[in-house]
Design a protein around this ligand. Structure first.
Ligand code: ADP
Ligand code: MG
Length: 353
């Protein structure tokens, strides 16, 4: 049976300085939740409070229905994997995996069984006799995850575990951790500053900024319906385009174009348009005339166009496939008005009416 976690108005201050400002969050049993946000937004602090490594200043931490604020880390049934592997250099991989269990005075046969099981899950059986310095970065990170697995925790917490690995290995380990979650079915929380990791791994993404939960939801919920400018700009790559627009009764004037939004708004607003929702082929929708092409990136499968509108605003466009677009050319772009996000003066999304 997997474990549920609930945060109720969780706060943290270091001395007089508040860094987490009252976070409410429910994590369903067996869910893979990703905390994402820029460096310094409080991801590690939140994770460490759940783990019991950091005292909670205010609010309630509820695990499986029980308040855990004052329960010591060792009694929470949680194992944490860090960015730094912190393996014991003088011990073999086997000893590294067994050490915590030996300290807890577990019978030798049970330790042997758990180490072999973890090694099998992580495919590191041939490495059990090696020392950490005889391992690659990816293998070391696997041992660090193995140390969490042998404890058979109710909850796994990961704090940027892949940041020290090169790009290719990061993608491979991302898939392995997702598989691990599928196989074990435990509740897991994974911290990263990388929105691609968040989008690809999460059942639920929690976007944090400056100690505040900006939005929580399934990856595509956040992509399709960002609640504010911050989430809109943070989720998705390349970033959503933002254009300033004057709106009168739902009719917008922006980028030399006029368009009708399905929203009853008036005033100076920000329009958000994802690069992949703009096309260059003649078609229906909103027309952006006289757009200047500044730069092109031919990625093979996609063509990324960096352009400037007739109002002088920057626009990034991602076109499928290989396109014969010339640098310096003037083009006309089109977009589907239903794909346009509108944000008010405070940066909050105005939903489609
Ligand atoms: P993240 O993991 O998202 O990069 P952290 O949780 O490490 O962010 O930090 C959140 C904020 O708390 C930052 O402003 C950081 O400077 C501050 N902070 C973290 N640890 C301490 C500490 N031990 N003492 C004082 N401030 C801290
Ligand atoms: Mg951190």
């Amino acid at each position: 049976m997997a474990t549920s976690i609930e945060l109720r108005q969780i706060k943290k201050a270091y001395g007089e300085v508040p860094v987490i400002h009252g976070v409410d969050l429910t994590i369903e049993p067996g869910q893979f939740t990703v905390f994402v946000g820029p460096s310094g937004c409080g991801k590690s602090t939140l994770l460490r409070m759940i783990a019991g490594l950091e005292p909670i200043t205010g609010g309630d931490l509820i695990i499986d229905g029980q308040r855990m604020n004052d329960v010591p880390a060792a009694k929470r049934g949680i194992a944490m994997v860090f960015q730094s592997y912190a393996l014991y250099p003088h011990m073999s991989v086997y000893q590294n995996l067994a050490f915590g269990l030996e300290t807890a005075r577990m019978p030798k046969a049970e330790i042997e069984k758990r180490v072999q099981q973890a090694a099998a899950i992580l495919k590191i059986e041939p490495l059990l006799k090696r020392k950490p310095k005889q391992l690659s970065g990816g293998q070391r990170q696997r041992v660090a995850i193995g140390r969490a697995i042998v404890r058979e925790p109710k909850i796994f917490l990961f704090d940027e575990p892949l940041s020290n690995l090169d790009a290719e290995l990061r993608v491979a380990m991302r898939v392995e951790i997702a598989k691990l979650h599928n196989d074990l079915g435990n509740t897991m929380i994974y911290v990263t500053h990388d929105q691609v990791e968040a989008m690809t791994m999460a059942d639920k993404i929690v976007v944090l900024r400056a100690g505040i939960l900006e939005q929580a939801g399934a990856p595509l919920d956040l992509y399709n319906n960002p609640r504010n400018l911050f989430v809109a700009g943070f989720i998705g790559s390349p970033k959503m385009n933002f254009l300033t627009a004057t709106v009168e009764n739902g009719a917008v004037k922006a980028a030399g174009s006029s368009l009708l939004l399905g929203r009853d708004v008036t005033g100076t607003k920000t329009l958000g348009i994802r690069p992949e929702h703009i096309t260059i082929s003649e078609g229906s929708g909103i027309k952006f005339a006289d757009v200047r092409v500044d730069l092109i990136e031919n990625l093979g499968g996609q063509t990324v166009v960096y352009a400037t509108t007739s109002d002088g605003e920057a626009l990034t466009v991602v076109l499928e496939g290989q396109r014969a677009v010339a640098m310096g050319a003037t083009v006309t772009l089109y977009l589907d008005p239903s794909k346009v996000h509108v944000f008010d003066e405070a940066g909050n999304a105005i939903s489609q009416s």
